[in-house]
Design a protein around this ligand. Sequence first.
Ligand code: CO8
Length: 259
Amino acid sequence: MAFKNLLLTKDGNVAILTINRPRALNALNMETLKELDSAIKDLEKDEDIFVIIITGEGKAFVAGADIGEMKVMSVEEAREFAIFGSNIFRRIELMDKAVIAAVNGFALGGGCELAMCCDIILASEKAKFGQPETGLGITPGFAGTQRLSKIVGIKKAKELIFTAGIIGADVADKIGLVNHVVQQDELMPKALEMAKTIASKGQIAVKYAKVAINRGIEINMDSGDAMESELFALCFANEDQKEGMSAFLEKRKADFKNK
Ligand code: CO8
């Protein structure tokens, strides 16, 4: 499918999805969200793609949901828009492939929320993060209140959201919002390097680990522990477990078939 506001390229088992609406700093209008929804559903089914990198074209990752579109929304339309966006982000969070956000610039509002639903966030030194919604008279609407407080803790999340503050990559790193900060020209090479490292591992194991971590933070320790034991045991039904352990013992690189 050809997209108007997205670019989709592939490099081996890695897909690079670029939000491409730079004249509006990649703001998420409904059209872009629909394309994102469609791209993610296609990538979910693409058996050749193991890892997805999401980034933005130009000086922004995503500067939020489209304020021009939101300004005239009724309560019903706002609810529908919030649910539509939140469902896409939840889908990304739960999809059985690793997703890396390569944050190249402004990640504000819906942009910060998009980054947060990804598994790993790499930020360029030029990245800026924030949930500036209260400055527009609204709350975050794509689960920013929920994810930000889980990632950086309630106090930091409240401060950022209540003040509508915008923080640089260094502060984002300090509060644990991002995994790494790299130079701007290193961002995509590093993201690709990490994606290829993940893609070289047993993908069923990566998928199970993602499930265990994502579901584990929502349930109590005993239930999480039991779930992990079960997923660990299920790995032994797979060829990958045999190949991974044989390769180690034979001192060679594993050739996973993801079966
Ligand atoms: N929506 C629409 N257009 C935008 C947005 C946006 N979020 N951000 C930037 N643009 C547009 C600008 O209007 C401008 O357009 P034009 O050239 O036609 O005037 C163009 O992009 C370039 O922007 P600036 O000239 O403002 O660029 P600067 O470098 O001076 O400033 C900023 C960059 C600081 C990022 C600034 O553009 C800004 O503050 N943008 C808005 C950031 C923001 O408030 N984001 C949060 C939006 S709310 C949200 O995301 C809620 C998510 C949940 C929704 C739930 C649905 C109900």
